[in-house]
Structure formats: structure tokens, C-alpha cells
Design a protein around this ligand. Structure first.
Ligand SMILES: [Mg+2]
Length: 263
């Protein structure tokens, strides 16, 4: 009898534990699953990344040797979804029926397991071989520095050291850190998946303001500014919700539907 009770208890406990870690995947209806699959499974996503880095390399190849020798040239690049592919973290959140938290993000970055965005490694090596320095400016937190450097070094990326990696400390806008690099360097290119990676004017702006500033910079895209695709998250998504991070999934869904433009 005791054995039977124990077995039943164990079955109940293991069923409970299983249901905690493995929600019924057929019941999950997360709007992020499609863009995550675009990043992970669409050859079109890979092609867009190669296109961005091919164009970036073409621009760098036009810089003459004298300019590189005389001036202290540098490029500034973002990390997440520009150089590092973190779609695995997003996929895990969906499969576990969870949403983003800073703890879940840290759990992922602690693994130093991000792969490279297609074309990123070859491009950065090309830039480095030309004698141009690379600065990584990311809004990863400073307590993620060690795991981030480990990840970059695993991928064999040049300038993957503390001096070239400027993470988020107290100031949110990247402009402060960009200015630090610009003090001693002539910055010839910026790369990012988020328009905040290029200019402060994009920070916390409405959809229409973001459009206007993008138009104002129209000559820079594909020239000094190289944009990588990120359909999963970013300031474009925050702008949809007017930077209200407290909206429920239902409120977000309603907002998205209201924003659709039909004919
Ligand atoms: Mg990014």
C-alpha cells in the first residue's frame, strides 16, 4: 500500500514538473514565432545579411590607404542581431511560453553561445586587416562583459577585448559611447539592426518621427550606415506600443491590429 501511494505521488510530482517546464506547444500562439523563424529558417534573411556586409565591404574597399595611414580610422558596430544571432534565446522563450525578462536574457548570454550573423565574421576580419579598428557598442549590461567577450573570442572576431567593447552602464543612449570613440578616431562606418545604433535622434520616437529622421538620413543608408534585418524585436516594436512596456499581450495585440493600414 505504502509503495502504491509513493508511486502515485511520484507520478503526480513528475507530471507537475513536466507541465512546468514543457507547456503544450500546440497551445502556444506567440506572434514572435514567425519572425524568429524568418531569422532562423528563411534563406532570404541570410541573403539580406550577406547583402549588408557585401555593401559594407565595398564601402570600406573605397577608402584609400593614405587615409587609413594618416587618420586613426574606426568602425562602430552593434552586437545583438548585427554581429551575434540570439534567435535561440527568443525561440526558447516561445517554446517555454515565457516573455522576455532580463534574467532570462542573462541566462542566455552567460552561455556565450550566440552564433555569428551570416557574413559578419569575414567582414570584421576584412576591416581589421585593412588597419581599421573595430568598436563594439552594445546595450548589453556591463556585468555581461566577460561572457560577451568570451562569445566574441569564440567566434574569432578581431578587437574582441575590453578596450573595444563598450557596454551599457548608466547612460542609455549609445551616443555618449559613440562620442568617446569619435574623440580619438575618425569613424567611417556604423552598423546596427536598430536605428538607435546610428543616431540619437531615433531614441524613443514615434513611428512618424522615426520615418521622418530616416528620410532625413536617406543618403547615409548603404553608405556610412549599414543596417541589418531584425524582424523579431527592437525600437521599431517599442514604437508600436508607444514605449509602454506594461501593456498586456492582449493590449499589444489590439494595438497591432489598430496600426494595420488596409486599403
Ligand atoms: Mg542590436
Amino acid at each position: 500500500m505504502k509503495k502504491t501511494v509513493l508511486s502515485i505521488t511520484l507520478i503526480i510530482l513528475s507530471t507537475f514538473a513536466f507541465s512546468q517546464t514543457k507547456p503544450d506547444i500546440s497551445q502556444i500562439d506567440d506572434p514572435k514565432s514567425l519572425p524568429v523563424l524568418f531569422q532562423q529558417s528563411a534563406a532570404e534573411y541570410r541573403a539580406l545579411c550577406y547583402q549588408a556586409f557585401n555593401l559594407a565591404e565595398l564601402r570600406i574597399s573605397c577608402i584609400n590607404k593614405r587615409d587609413i595611414k594618416r587618420n586613426h580610422l574606426a568602425i562602430i558596430t552593434d552586437l545583438d542581431e548585427t554581429i551575434l544571432d540570439n534567435s535561440y534565446s527568443e525561440a526558447n522563450l516561445i517554446m517555454e511560453g515565457k516573455t522576455y525578462t532580463s534574467a532570462a536574457w542573462k541566462k542566455w548570454t552567460n552561455l556565450s553561445a550566440a552564433t555569428a550573423v551570416p557574413g559578419a565574421i569575414d567582414f570584421l576580419k576584412y576591416v581589421h586587416d585593412k588597419g581599421i579598428e573595430i568598436y563594439y557598442i552594445s546595450n548589453r549590461k556591463t556585468d555581461e562583459l566577460a561572457s560577451t567577450l568570451k562569445n566574441l573570442q569564440k567566434l574569432g572576431l578581431p578587437n574582441a577585448d575590453e578596450a573595444h567593447t563598450l557596454l551599457y552602464s548608466t547612460e542609455s543612449p549609445k551616443e555618449v559611447r559613440r562620442q568617446l570613440v569619435m574623440k580619438d578616431h575618425k569613424v567611417v562606418m556604423l552598423l546596427g539592426d536598430n536605428l538607435n545604433d546610428f543616431a540619437e535622434v531615433f531614441e524613443k520616437k514615434t513611428i512618424n518621427q522615426r520615418f521622418q529622421s530616416t528620410d532625413d538620413f536617406r543618403k547615409e543608408w548603404g553608405n556610412k550606415f549599414i543596417v541589418l534585418p531584425n524582424p523579431v524585436y527592437g525600437e521599431w516594436e517599442n514604437a508600436l506600443y508607444n514605449y509602454d512596456f506594461k501593456l498586456s499581450p492582449e493590449e499589444k495585440k489590439a494595438t497591432r491590429l489598430q496600426l494595420l493600414k488596409g486599403y
